[in-house]
Ligand binder design. Structure first.
Ligand code: NAD
Length: 471
Protein backbone atom coordinates (compact mmCIF):
# COMPACT_ATOMS: atom_id res chain seq x y z
CA UNK A 1 0.00 0.00 0.00
CA UNK A 2 1.11 3.59 -0.50
CA UNK A 3 3.26 4.62 2.47
CA UNK A 4 4.14 8.26 1.83
CA UNK A 5 1.87 10.91 3.40
CA UNK A 6 -1.19 11.93 1.44
CA UNK A 7 -1.24 15.35 -0.17
CA UNK A 8 -3.46 17.57 -2.25
CA UNK A 9 -2.49 17.88 -5.91
CA UNK A 10 -2.50 21.46 -7.21
CA UNK A 11 -0.90 22.58 -10.47
CA UNK A 12 0.99 19.30 -10.82
CA UNK A 13 2.54 19.56 -7.35
CA UNK A 14 1.96 17.81 -4.07
CA UNK A 15 0.69 20.25 -1.45
CA UNK A 16 0.56 19.53 2.29
CA UNK A 17 -1.87 21.20 4.68
CA UNK A 18 -1.51 22.57 8.18
CA UNK A 19 -4.91 21.08 8.98
CA UNK A 20 -5.54 17.35 8.76
CA UNK A 21 -8.16 14.84 9.90
CA UNK A 22 -7.76 11.12 10.59
CA UNK A 23 -9.05 8.58 8.05
CA UNK A 24 -10.62 5.58 9.83
CA UNK A 25 -10.85 1.95 8.77
CA UNK A 26 -14.61 1.22 9.02
CA UNK A 27 -14.02 -2.46 9.81
CA UNK A 28 -11.93 -1.69 12.91
CA UNK A 29 -12.55 2.02 13.66
CA UNK A 30 -8.74 2.35 13.84
CA UNK A 31 -7.00 5.34 12.22
CA UNK A 32 -5.28 4.66 8.88
CA UNK A 33 -3.46 7.97 8.42
CA UNK A 34 -4.04 11.71 8.37
CA UNK A 35 -5.84 13.36 5.48
CA UNK A 36 -5.09 16.95 4.37
CA UNK A 37 -7.93 19.45 4.72
CA UNK A 38 -7.85 22.04 1.95
CA UNK A 39 -8.53 25.69 2.76
CA UNK A 40 -10.26 28.29 0.59
CA UNK A 41 -6.80 29.47 -0.44
CA UNK A 42 -5.99 25.97 -1.73
CA UNK A 43 -9.20 26.01 -3.74
CA UNK A 44 -8.27 29.38 -5.25
CA UNK A 45 -4.87 28.00 -6.24
CA UNK A 46 -6.42 24.88 -7.75
CA UNK A 47 -9.00 26.83 -9.76
CA UNK A 48 -6.29 29.25 -10.97
CA UNK A 49 -4.14 26.28 -12.05
CA UNK A 50 -7.09 24.63 -13.83
CA UNK A 51 -7.85 27.88 -15.66
CA UNK A 52 -4.23 28.39 -16.65
CA UNK A 53 -4.02 24.83 -17.99
CA UNK A 54 -7.26 25.13 -19.96
CA UNK A 55 -6.16 26.75 -23.25
CA UNK A 56 -3.27 24.33 -23.78
CA UNK A 57 -5.34 21.27 -22.88
CA UNK A 58 -8.53 22.31 -24.70
CA UNK A 59 -6.59 23.10 -27.88
CA UNK A 60 -4.46 19.96 -27.85
CA UNK A 61 -5.40 17.26 -30.36
CA UNK A 62 -8.11 14.94 -29.08
CA UNK A 63 -5.87 11.95 -29.88
CA UNK A 64 -3.32 13.38 -27.45
CA UNK A 65 -5.92 13.76 -24.70
CA UNK A 66 -7.31 10.29 -25.35
CA UNK A 67 -3.81 8.83 -25.10
CA UNK A 68 -3.13 10.51 -21.78
CA UNK A 69 -6.50 9.50 -20.30
CA UNK A 70 -5.83 5.92 -21.34
CA UNK A 71 -2.39 6.16 -19.67
CA UNK A 72 -4.20 7.06 -16.44
CA UNK A 73 -5.67 3.55 -16.60
CA UNK A 74 -2.15 2.12 -16.93
CA UNK A 75 -1.08 3.97 -13.79
CA UNK A 76 -3.83 2.32 -11.76
CA UNK A 77 -3.03 -1.06 -13.32
CA UNK A 78 0.64 -0.74 -12.35
CA UNK A 79 -0.49 -0.31 -8.73
CA UNK A 80 -3.62 -2.48 -8.92
CA UNK A 81 -3.09 -4.65 -5.82
CA UNK A 82 -2.09 -1.65 -3.71
CA UNK A 83 -5.21 0.25 -4.82
CA UNK A 84 -7.38 -2.79 -3.98
CA UNK A 85 -5.91 -3.03 -0.46
CA UNK A 86 -6.25 0.71 0.09
CA UNK A 87 -9.86 0.70 -1.10
CA UNK A 88 -10.75 -2.19 1.22
CA UNK A 89 -9.07 -0.38 4.11
CA UNK A 90 -10.67 3.02 3.60
CA UNK A 91 -14.09 2.00 2.27
CA UNK A 92 -14.69 -1.35 4.00
CA UNK A 93 -15.73 -3.37 0.95
CA UNK A 94 -14.84 -7.00 0.28
CA UNK A 95 -11.85 -7.95 -1.85
CA UNK A 96 -14.14 -9.00 -4.72
CA UNK A 97 -15.91 -5.65 -4.46
CA UNK A 98 -12.62 -3.75 -4.49
CA UNK A 99 -11.36 -5.77 -7.46
CA UNK A 100 -14.55 -4.88 -9.34
CA UNK A 101 -14.14 -1.17 -8.59
CA UNK A 102 -10.40 -0.89 -9.34
CA UNK A 103 -10.68 -3.10 -12.44
CA UNK A 104 -13.65 -0.99 -13.53
CA UNK A 105 -11.69 2.24 -13.06
CA UNK A 106 -8.95 0.97 -15.40
CA UNK A 107 -11.53 -0.24 -17.93
CA UNK A 108 -13.49 3.04 -17.92
CA UNK A 109 -10.38 5.19 -18.42
CA UNK A 110 -9.33 3.08 -21.39
CA UNK A 111 -12.78 2.84 -22.98
CA UNK A 112 -13.88 6.45 -22.48
CA UNK A 113 -10.49 7.36 -24.01
CA UNK A 114 -11.76 5.82 -27.27
CA UNK A 115 -14.83 8.07 -27.39
CA UNK A 116 -15.20 11.34 -29.28
CA UNK A 117 -17.94 13.62 -30.56
CA UNK A 118 -17.56 14.24 -34.26
CA UNK A 119 -18.35 17.60 -35.87
CA UNK A 120 -21.47 17.50 -38.01
CA UNK A 121 -21.80 19.54 -41.19
CA UNK A 122 -25.05 20.07 -43.05
CA UNK A 123 -26.16 22.43 -45.81
CA UNK A 124 -29.00 24.95 -45.67
CA UNK A 125 -29.17 26.45 -49.14
CA UNK A 126 -25.82 28.20 -49.72
CA UNK A 127 -24.95 28.10 -46.01
CA UNK A 128 -22.97 25.32 -44.39
CA UNK A 129 -23.87 24.59 -40.78
CA UNK A 130 -21.17 23.15 -38.52
CA UNK A 131 -22.23 21.74 -35.15
CA UNK A 132 -19.38 21.05 -32.79
CA UNK A 133 -18.84 20.29 -29.13
CA UNK A 134 -16.49 22.58 -27.23
CA UNK A 135 -15.25 22.15 -23.64
CA UNK A 136 -17.09 24.00 -20.89
CA UNK A 137 -13.96 25.02 -18.97
CA UNK A 138 -13.08 24.15 -15.39
CA UNK A 139 -15.20 21.30 -14.02
CA UNK A 140 -15.86 20.94 -10.29
CA UNK A 141 -16.29 17.24 -9.52
CA UNK A 142 -17.65 16.03 -6.17
CA UNK A 143 -17.93 12.34 -5.28
CA UNK A 144 -19.46 10.15 -2.53
CA UNK A 145 -17.99 7.38 -0.37
CA UNK A 146 -19.53 4.20 -1.77
CA UNK A 147 -17.42 3.81 -4.95
CA UNK A 148 -14.83 6.53 -4.44
CA UNK A 149 -12.42 5.85 -7.28
CA UNK A 150 -14.78 4.50 -9.93
CA UNK A 151 -17.25 7.36 -9.59
CA UNK A 152 -14.37 9.87 -9.78
CA UNK A 153 -13.13 8.16 -12.96
CA UNK A 154 -16.66 8.39 -14.45
CA UNK A 155 -16.15 12.18 -14.26
CA UNK A 156 -12.42 12.54 -14.93
CA UNK A 157 -12.34 10.51 -18.14
CA UNK A 158 -15.10 12.27 -20.12
CA UNK A 159 -14.22 15.72 -18.77
CA UNK A 160 -10.56 15.44 -19.79
CA UNK A 161 -11.16 13.72 -23.15
CA UNK A 162 -13.45 16.60 -24.17
CA UNK A 163 -10.79 19.19 -23.25
CA UNK A 164 -11.89 20.44 -19.83
CA UNK A 165 -9.71 20.76 -16.76
CA UNK A 166 -10.85 19.74 -13.30
CA UNK A 167 -10.88 20.38 -9.59
CA UNK A 168 -11.95 17.14 -7.91
CA UNK A 169 -13.11 16.68 -4.32
CA UNK A 170 -13.56 13.17 -2.91
CA UNK A 171 -15.82 12.43 0.04
CA UNK A 172 -14.25 13.30 3.41
CA UNK A 173 -15.00 9.67 4.38
CA UNK A 174 -13.00 8.06 1.53
CA UNK A 175 -10.37 10.44 0.15
CA UNK A 176 -7.30 8.18 0.00
CA UNK A 177 -7.60 6.32 -3.33
CA UNK A 178 -8.58 9.56 -5.07
CA UNK A 179 -5.71 11.56 -3.54
CA UNK A 180 -3.23 8.89 -4.54
CA UNK A 181 -4.66 8.70 -8.05
CA UNK A 182 -4.38 12.51 -8.37
CA UNK A 183 -0.76 12.33 -7.34
CA UNK A 184 0.06 9.53 -9.84
CA UNK A 185 -1.85 11.26 -12.64
CA UNK A 186 0.74 14.03 -12.73
CA UNK A 187 3.10 11.57 -14.45
CA UNK A 188 0.96 11.76 -17.59
CA UNK A 189 -1.04 15.01 -17.41
CA UNK A 190 0.18 18.59 -17.85
CA UNK A 191 0.18 20.56 -14.57
CA UNK A 192 -3.20 21.99 -13.60
CA UNK A 193 -5.32 19.66 -15.76
CA UNK A 194 -6.40 17.54 -12.79
CA UNK A 195 -6.28 19.05 -9.30
CA UNK A 196 -7.44 16.98 -6.33
CA UNK A 197 -8.43 18.54 -3.00
CA UNK A 198 -9.67 16.72 0.08
CA UNK A 199 -11.66 18.53 2.72
CA UNK A 200 -14.97 18.74 4.49
CA UNK A 201 -18.44 19.39 3.11
CA UNK A 202 -17.75 23.14 3.18
CA UNK A 203 -15.10 22.62 0.49
CA UNK A 204 -17.86 21.13 -1.69
CA UNK A 205 -19.98 24.22 -1.08
CA UNK A 206 -17.08 26.56 -2.02
CA UNK A 207 -16.54 24.61 -5.25
CA UNK A 208 -20.20 24.84 -6.22
CA UNK A 209 -20.20 28.61 -5.56
CA UNK A 210 -16.94 29.38 -7.34
CA UNK A 211 -17.51 31.84 -10.22
CA UNK A 212 -14.62 30.48 -12.34
CA UNK A 213 -15.99 26.92 -12.38
CA UNK A 214 -18.25 26.27 -15.37
CA UNK A 215 -19.86 22.98 -14.43
CA UNK A 216 -20.44 20.81 -11.41
CA UNK A 217 -20.52 17.05 -11.81
CA UNK A 218 -21.88 15.74 -8.53
CA UNK A 219 -22.65 12.25 -7.22
CA UNK A 220 -24.20 12.03 -3.79
CA UNK A 221 -27.47 12.32 -1.93
CA UNK A 222 -30.57 14.07 -3.21
CA UNK A 223 -30.51 16.45 -0.22
CA UNK A 224 -26.99 17.63 -1.05
CA UNK A 225 -27.85 17.68 -4.76
CA UNK A 226 -30.47 20.35 -4.01
CA UNK A 227 -27.85 22.52 -2.25
CA UNK A 228 -25.48 22.02 -5.18
CA UNK A 229 -28.14 23.14 -7.65
CA UNK A 230 -28.91 26.25 -5.61
CA UNK A 231 -25.26 27.30 -5.25
CA UNK A 232 -24.53 26.54 -8.88
CA UNK A 233 -27.20 29.03 -9.95
CA UNK A 234 -24.81 31.92 -9.09
CA UNK A 235 -23.13 31.75 -12.50
CA UNK A 236 -25.59 29.39 -14.25
CA UNK A 237 -23.23 26.46 -13.99
CA UNK A 238 -23.94 23.38 -16.04
CA UNK A 239 -24.89 20.45 -13.85
CA UNK A 240 -24.80 16.69 -13.81
CA UNK A 241 -26.38 15.33 -10.65
CA UNK A 242 -26.31 11.60 -9.91
CA UNK A 243 -28.39 11.29 -6.75
CA UNK A 244 -30.16 8.83 -4.50
CA UNK A 245 -32.67 6.14 -5.31
CA UNK A 246 -35.23 3.79 -3.76
CA UNK A 247 -35.13 1.21 -6.50
CA UNK A 248 -37.93 -1.35 -6.77
CA UNK A 249 -37.51 -4.93 -7.96
CA UNK A 250 -40.63 -6.64 -9.29
CA UNK A 251 -40.67 -10.44 -9.21
CA UNK A 252 -43.30 -11.89 -11.56
CA UNK A 253 -45.21 -15.08 -10.68
CA UNK A 254 -43.46 -17.32 -13.25
CA UNK A 255 -39.99 -17.24 -11.65
CA UNK A 256 -38.11 -20.19 -10.21
CA UNK A 257 -37.36 -18.79 -6.74
CA UNK A 258 -34.32 -20.97 -6.13
CA UNK A 259 -32.79 -20.08 -9.50
CA UNK A 260 -32.98 -16.30 -8.94
CA UNK A 261 -32.29 -16.10 -5.18
CA UNK A 262 -28.56 -15.48 -5.56
CA UNK A 263 -28.96 -12.72 -8.17
CA UNK A 264 -31.76 -11.11 -6.17
CA UNK A 265 -29.56 -11.13 -3.09
CA UNK A 266 -26.66 -9.36 -4.80
CA UNK A 267 -29.02 -6.93 -6.54
CA UNK A 268 -29.96 -5.76 -3.05
CA UNK A 269 -26.84 -6.29 -0.93
CA UNK A 270 -23.75 -5.73 -3.13
CA UNK A 271 -21.35 -3.28 -1.43
CA UNK A 272 -23.33 -3.82 1.79
CA UNK A 273 -26.25 -2.14 0.00
CA UNK A 274 -24.36 1.16 -0.12
CA UNK A 275 -25.20 1.33 -3.78
CA UNK A 276 -27.29 4.04 -5.38
CA UNK A 277 -28.87 1.37 -7.61
CA UNK A 278 -29.31 -1.32 -4.95
CA UNK A 279 -32.72 -2.96 -5.00
CA UNK A 280 -34.28 -1.30 -1.96
CA UNK A 281 -37.88 -2.61 -2.22
CA UNK A 282 -38.47 -6.19 -3.32
CA UNK A 283 -42.03 -6.68 -4.63
CA UNK A 284 -42.86 -10.38 -4.99
CA UNK A 285 -46.06 -11.83 -6.46
CA UNK A 286 -48.12 -13.57 -3.77
CA UNK A 287 -47.97 -16.91 -5.65
CA UNK A 288 -44.18 -17.09 -5.19
CA UNK A 289 -43.74 -14.89 -2.11
CA UNK A 290 -43.13 -17.72 0.36
CA UNK A 291 -40.73 -19.48 -2.03
CA UNK A 292 -38.72 -16.32 -2.72
CA UNK A 293 -38.63 -15.38 0.98
CA UNK A 294 -37.42 -18.88 1.89
CA UNK A 295 -34.75 -19.12 -0.85
CA UNK A 296 -33.47 -15.57 -0.31
CA UNK A 297 -33.19 -16.14 3.44
CA UNK A 298 -31.40 -19.45 2.89
CA UNK A 299 -28.88 -17.82 0.53
CA UNK A 300 -28.37 -14.80 2.80
CA UNK A 301 -27.64 -17.00 5.84
CA UNK A 302 -24.50 -18.30 4.13
CA UNK A 303 -23.05 -14.93 3.16
CA UNK A 304 -19.99 -14.04 5.23
CA UNK A 305 -20.01 -10.52 6.73
CA UNK A 306 -16.67 -9.28 8.08
CA UNK A 307 -13.51 -7.27 7.53
CA UNK A 308 -12.96 -7.06 3.77
CA UNK A 309 -9.26 -7.71 4.19
CA UNK A 310 -10.08 -11.34 5.15
CA UNK A 311 -10.20 -13.53 2.06
CA UNK A 312 -13.60 -15.17 2.75
CA UNK A 313 -15.49 -11.93 3.51
CA UNK A 314 -18.31 -11.27 1.06
CA UNK A 315 -19.84 -8.18 2.68
CA UNK A 316 -18.03 -5.55 4.74
CA UNK A 317 -19.23 -2.98 7.27
CA UNK A 318 -20.99 0.28 6.51
CA UNK A 319 -18.50 2.94 5.58
CA UNK A 320 -18.88 5.47 8.40
CA UNK A 321 -20.42 6.07 11.79
CA UNK A 322 -23.04 8.51 10.53
CA UNK A 323 -24.38 5.91 8.10
CA UNK A 324 -24.13 3.16 10.74
CA UNK A 325 -26.22 5.22 13.15
CA UNK A 326 -28.76 6.09 10.48
CA UNK A 327 -29.30 2.42 9.60
CA UNK A 328 -29.26 1.36 13.28
CA UNK A 329 -32.03 3.87 13.97
CA UNK A 330 -34.01 2.53 11.02
CA UNK A 331 -33.74 -0.96 12.54
CA UNK A 332 -34.83 0.33 15.94
CA UNK A 333 -37.81 2.12 14.39
CA UNK A 334 -38.71 -1.07 12.50
CA UNK A 335 -38.50 -3.13 15.72
CA UNK A 336 -40.61 -0.55 17.56
CA UNK A 337 -43.20 -0.62 14.78
CA UNK A 338 -43.57 -4.39 15.33
CA UNK A 339 -42.29 -5.42 11.88
CA UNK A 340 -41.36 -9.06 11.34
CA UNK A 341 -37.81 -9.99 10.36
CA UNK A 342 -36.92 -13.03 8.27
CA UNK A 343 -33.26 -12.42 9.12
CA UNK A 344 -31.13 -9.93 11.07
CA UNK A 345 -32.69 -6.86 12.61
CA UNK A 346 -30.24 -5.97 15.40
CA UNK A 347 -26.81 -4.25 15.05
CA UNK A 348 -23.85 -6.58 15.64
CA UNK A 349 -21.98 -5.85 18.87
CA UNK A 350 -18.37 -5.67 17.71
CA UNK A 351 -15.93 -2.94 16.67
CA UNK A 352 -16.56 -1.61 13.18
CA UNK A 353 -19.72 -0.36 11.56
CA UNK A 354 -21.36 -3.76 11.05
CA UNK A 355 -25.07 -4.18 10.38
CA UNK A 356 -26.34 -7.72 9.80
CA UNK A 357 -28.08 -8.68 6.58
CA UNK A 358 -31.70 -7.88 7.37
CA UNK A 359 -34.80 -9.09 5.53
CA UNK A 360 -38.15 -7.59 6.59
CA UNK A 361 -41.29 -9.66 6.01
CA UNK A 362 -44.01 -7.76 4.14
CA UNK A 363 -43.99 -4.46 6.11
CA UNK A 364 -46.70 -1.84 5.44
CA UNK A 365 -46.04 0.24 2.33
CA UNK A 366 -45.79 3.44 4.38
CA UNK A 367 -43.24 2.09 6.88
CA UNK A 368 -39.89 3.89 6.98
CA UNK A 369 -38.05 0.80 5.81
CA UNK A 370 -40.01 0.96 2.54
CA UNK A 371 -40.26 4.71 2.04
CA UNK A 372 -36.63 5.68 2.81
CA UNK A 373 -33.36 4.98 1.02
CA UNK A 374 -31.68 2.89 3.78
CA UNK A 375 -28.26 2.77 2.09
CA UNK A 376 -27.50 -0.22 4.27
CA UNK A 377 -28.22 -3.98 4.25
CA UNK A 378 -31.93 -3.81 5.15
CA UNK A 379 -34.38 -5.08 2.54
CA UNK A 380 -38.18 -5.13 2.77
CA UNK A 381 -39.95 -7.97 0.91
CA UNK A 382 -43.42 -6.83 -0.17
CA UNK A 383 -46.29 -8.98 -1.37
CA UNK A 384 -48.43 -7.98 -4.37
CA UNK A 385 -51.32 -9.51 -6.28
CA UNK A 386 -51.97 -7.38 -9.34
CA UNK A 387 -49.48 -6.01 -11.89
CA UNK A 388 -51.11 -2.56 -12.19
CA UNK A 389 -51.12 -2.27 -8.42
CA UNK A 390 -47.43 -3.17 -8.10
CA UNK A 391 -46.35 -0.81 -10.85
CA UNK A 392 -48.22 2.00 -9.11
CA UNK A 393 -46.48 1.09 -5.82
CA UNK A 394 -43.07 0.86 -7.51
CA UNK A 395 -43.53 4.30 -9.07
CA UNK A 396 -44.93 5.89 -5.91
CA UNK A 397 -41.62 7.47 -4.91
CA UNK A 398 -39.92 10.77 -5.58
CA UNK A 399 -36.92 8.79 -6.85
CA UNK A 400 -36.39 7.27 -10.29
CA UNK A 401 -32.87 5.91 -10.50
CA UNK A 402 -33.12 2.25 -11.54
CA UNK A 403 -35.29 -0.85 -11.17
CA UNK A 404 -35.25 -4.55 -11.94
CA UNK A 405 -37.90 -6.95 -13.23
CA UNK A 406 -37.60 -10.72 -12.82
CA UNK A 407 -39.61 -13.20 -14.88
CA UNK A 408 -39.30 -16.08 -17.32
CA UNK A 409 -41.66 -14.51 -19.87
CA UNK A 410 -39.34 -11.83 -21.26
CA UNK A 411 -42.12 -10.09 -23.21
CA UNK A 412 -44.22 -9.64 -20.08
CA UNK A 413 -41.15 -8.57 -18.12
CA UNK A 414 -40.35 -5.89 -20.68
CA UNK A 415 -43.95 -4.67 -20.69
CA UNK A 416 -43.56 -4.09 -16.95
CA UNK A 417 -40.10 -2.52 -17.38
CA UNK A 418 -41.44 0.05 -19.84
CA UNK A 419 -43.96 1.30 -17.28
CA UNK A 420 -41.44 1.97 -14.54
CA UNK A 421 -40.34 5.56 -13.98
CA UNK A 422 -36.58 5.09 -13.74
CA UNK A 423 -33.44 5.89 -15.71
CA UNK A 424 -32.38 2.24 -16.03
CA UNK A 425 -34.47 -0.93 -15.83
CA UNK A 426 -32.63 -4.25 -15.82
CA UNK A 427 -34.49 -7.48 -16.65
CA UNK A 428 -33.29 -10.66 -14.88
CA UNK A 429 -30.00 -8.97 -13.92
CA UNK A 430 -28.80 -5.93 -11.99
CA UNK A 431 -25.94 -3.39 -11.84
CA UNK A 432 -24.78 -3.84 -15.40
CA UNK A 433 -22.84 -0.71 -16.36
CA UNK A 434 -20.54 0.00 -19.28
CA UNK A 435 -18.67 3.01 -20.63
CA UNK A 436 -20.99 3.03 -23.65
CA UNK A 437 -24.30 2.58 -21.76
CA UNK A 438 -26.09 5.76 -20.68
CA UNK A 439 -26.81 6.01 -16.96
CA UNK A 440 -28.83 8.72 -15.22
CA UNK A 441 -31.74 9.25 -12.87
CA UNK A 442 -35.31 10.42 -13.41
CA UNK A 443 -37.28 12.56 -10.95
CA UNK A 444 -35.32 13.32 -7.74
CA UNK A 445 -32.60 10.84 -8.65
CA UNK A 446 -30.74 13.30 -10.78
CA UNK A 447 -30.16 15.40 -13.80
CA UNK A 448 -28.16 14.46 -16.86
CA UNK A 449 -26.30 11.33 -17.91
CA UNK A 450 -23.00 9.66 -17.19
CA UNK A 451 -21.28 7.25 -19.61
CA UNK A 452 -21.89 6.80 -23.37
CA UNK A 453 -21.69 9.66 -25.88
CA UNK A 454 -24.57 11.32 -23.98
CA UNK A 455 -22.27 11.44 -20.97
CA UNK A 456 -19.41 12.82 -23.04
CA UNK A 457 -21.67 15.57 -24.39
CA UNK A 458 -22.47 16.64 -20.81
CA UNK A 459 -18.95 18.08 -20.58
CA UNK A 460 -19.41 20.25 -23.66
CA UNK A 461 -21.21 23.32 -24.87
CA UNK A 462 -22.62 22.99 -28.37
CA UNK A 463 -21.32 25.56 -30.83
CA UNK A 464 -22.92 26.20 -34.19
CA UNK A 465 -20.84 27.85 -36.92
CA UNK A 466 -22.63 28.88 -40.10
CA UNK A 467 -20.44 29.61 -43.10
CA UNK A 468 -21.55 31.47 -46.17
CA UNK A 469 -19.03 32.03 -48.93
CA UNK A 470 -19.02 35.57 -50.26
CA UNK A 471 -19.63 35.87 -54.01
P1 NAD B 1 -23.46 13.25 0.30
O1 NAD B 1 -24.45 13.99 -0.52
O2 NAD B 1 -23.52 13.36 1.77
O3 NAD B 1 -21.98 13.65 -0.11
C1 NAD B 1 -21.52 13.57 -1.44
C2 NAD B 1 -20.40 14.57 -1.63
O4 NAD B 1 -20.92 15.89 -1.50
C3 NAD B 1 -19.26 14.47 -0.61
O5 NAD B 1 -18.04 14.66 -1.28
C4 NAD B 1 -19.56 15.63 0.33
O6 NAD B 1 -18.42 16.12 1.00
C5 NAD B 1 -20.11 16.66 -0.63
N1 NAD B 1 -20.95 17.70 -0.03
C6 NAD B 1 -21.62 17.67 1.15
N2 NAD B 1 -22.31 18.83 1.33
C7 NAD B 1 -22.07 19.59 0.24
C8 NAD B 1 -22.53 20.88 -0.18
N3 NAD B 1 -23.37 21.62 0.55
N4 NAD B 1 -22.12 21.33 -1.37
C9 NAD B 1 -21.31 20.59 -2.17
N5 NAD B 1 -20.83 19.37 -1.81
C10 NAD B 1 -21.22 18.88 -0.62
O7 NAD B 1 -23.60 11.74 -0.21
P2 NAD B 1 -22.86 10.46 0.38
O8 NAD B 1 -23.49 10.18 1.70
O9 NAD B 1 -21.40 10.64 0.26
O10 NAD B 1 -23.30 9.34 -0.68
C11 NAD B 1 -24.44 8.60 -0.54
C12 NAD B 1 -25.53 9.09 -1.48
O11 NAD B 1 -25.03 9.14 -2.81
C13 NAD B 1 -26.72 8.16 -1.54
O12 NAD B 1 -27.91 8.90 -1.51
C14 NAD B 1 -26.58 7.46 -2.89
O13 NAD B 1 -27.78 6.96 -3.42
C15 NAD B 1 -25.96 8.54 -3.70
N6 NAD B 1 -25.22 7.99 -4.85
C16 NAD B 1 -25.74 8.18 -6.10
C17 NAD B 1 -25.11 7.62 -7.20
C18 NAD B 1 -25.66 7.79 -8.59
O14 NAD B 1 -24.94 7.54 -9.54
N7 NAD B 1 -26.90 8.23 -8.75
C19 NAD B 1 -23.94 6.89 -7.02
C20 NAD B 1 -23.44 6.73 -5.74
C21 NAD B 1 -24.10 7.30 -4.66
Amino acid sequence: MKNTPYSLTIDGKRVFCAETAPALNPATEQPICNVPLASREHLEQAVAAARAALPGWANSAIAERQFRVSRLGDLIEQNQEAFIDLLITEQGKSRAGAQWEIGGSIHWLREIAKQSLEEQVSSQGDVEVVTRHVPIGVIGAITPWNFPLLLAVWKIAPALVTGNTMVLKPSPHTPLCTLWFGELAQQVLPPGVLNVLSGGNELGQWITEHPAIGKISFTGSTATGRHVMQSAAVNLKRLTLELGGNDPAIVLPDVDAKAIAKDLFWAAFANSAQFCVACKRLYVHEDVYQDVARELTAYAKNVKVGNGIEADTQLGPLQNRMQFEKVSQLLEASQAAGLTFLLGGKPIQQPGYFIPITLVDNPPEDSRVVAEEAFGPVLPLLKYRDIDEVIARANDTPYGLAATVWGKDIVKAEQVARRIEAGTVWINQAHVFAPDIAFGGHKHSGLGIENSLHGLAEYCNVQTIMRKVLP
